[in-house]
Design a protein around this ligand. Sequence first.
Ligand code: HEM
Length: 478
Amino acid sequence: MEVLWALAVGLTTLVVVRRWWCAKHRGEGPRLPPGTRGWPLVGETLQFFAIFGSESTESFIVKKMQKYKTQVFRTQILGSPMAVFCGATGNKFIFSNENRVLVTSWPTSVAKLFGTSIITTAGDEAKRVRKLLMAFLSPEALHKFVGQMDSAARLHLKRNWDGKAEVKVYHMLKVYTFSLACSLLASIESEERKMELSALFNVFLQGMMHMDLKIPGTRYYKAKKAVDALRRELRKEVNGRKEALRAGTANPKQDLMSYLLTTADDSGKYMSDEEVVDNIINLLFAGHDTSSSTLLMVLKHLAEKPYYYNEILNEQREIEKSKGKEEVLNWEDLKKMKYTWNVVCEVMRVSPTVSGTFRHAITDFDYAGFRIPKGWKLHWNAHTTHKMEDYFPEPEKFDPSRFEGEGPPPYSFVPFGGGPRMCPGLEFARVEMLVFLHNLVKNYKWKLVFPNEKILMDPMPLAAKGLPVHLLPHLQHS
Ligand code: HEM
């Protein structure tokens, strides 16, 4: 009974405090976007992050958009006021105004772990780093890595899928994308070395979004230790590579590490060894979980939709027929994978791997008739844009033909973001995923072990049971 009384008093107090808080801030400026600050201190953090915790990621934002009927609304997340920009118009504004009125934004604790790398730089420095990275990540530079990716995919399938009746797709895809990233970014080929780095990397990933408590045993503390160890290990690789480049036993264009060590920026300046290490860690982070989560969703959709699987198989078989048995894929082959890529795009439309990212306002500015004050956080959201009827008729229908011809209107399909901060790894991801799908479908069909397995957003799509599948190898075809 006493517990009930205490609960009732507690709840009433919370409601009164909340009303007082809302009333206090109601008059804070007629031109601010509509919205509410939610509860004192916590604001609407729980509701907002709940969108990342379930499959129906758009509910919080969609409800607010329906309520306010504007292109932008305000909320309060983790103690900061935030404006949420909706739809293609909102995306266009955010992507076109980097360094003018806004800049990219990561929590300080996360930025601290990444040191001096692309995501922690802004303005001219960000442009300089991006240009150096693009020397390796541009389509032209990636041409020569297609064959290497193909060999890596074949080897991975041979070692980890062939002869198995069942595989846990999520784990296998992570192994594949991490291993490929180690090879292409730093020519790390030893399985033992990859496992050592992957173990450190996983501790880093598990703790990076946690609070910087500086208490031994906490997740962030462990993540900091793990990233320090990763830095030491990659520093050893960099030293070894510099020796080899001097001795002429390494190729200046063999991987990202070599590119970064041997390419100067427009002013003739080279990246420091620390910068090279930090950027490789950054790309390992940004590049492997994203691709594995996307492939996970592609494999899930293909298991559920045999029609699209068969169409992809036909396309890939045509490419296979045009090649010798041991001949690896090349850039021309990738150009023929249009249908397969349209299916991947439709999967990224209905289940975007990255829901959206954050910026912050570096000056007061006006948008859609509202004032956004300097210092506010800003958010753009792929999930909501991808489900808008205006850009995608019958948005719930799975239909890869949306990507034929001109495709969706500008800024409406944004799985890789946009503008100067757009994902620099887009082409890398495209090639990596197409090459993997080519090799997978031509060897296997698969069936979900748990047809209704839940997909969690953590914050990227993750299958609750790891998406185990029954593997059904094709009978030998001519
Ligand atoms: C399907 C796979 C991938 C998806 C869906 C994806 C998506 C994204 C998104 C949405 C952003 C934020 C863009 C913005 O804020 O406007 C981003 C940033 C980034 N991505 Fe990717 N990405 C993928 C693969 C990769 C790969 C393979 C790499 C590297 C090899 C990579 C490297 C990066 C980096 C370094 C950034 C930060 C860019 C900056 O802050 O300027 N990504 N990615």
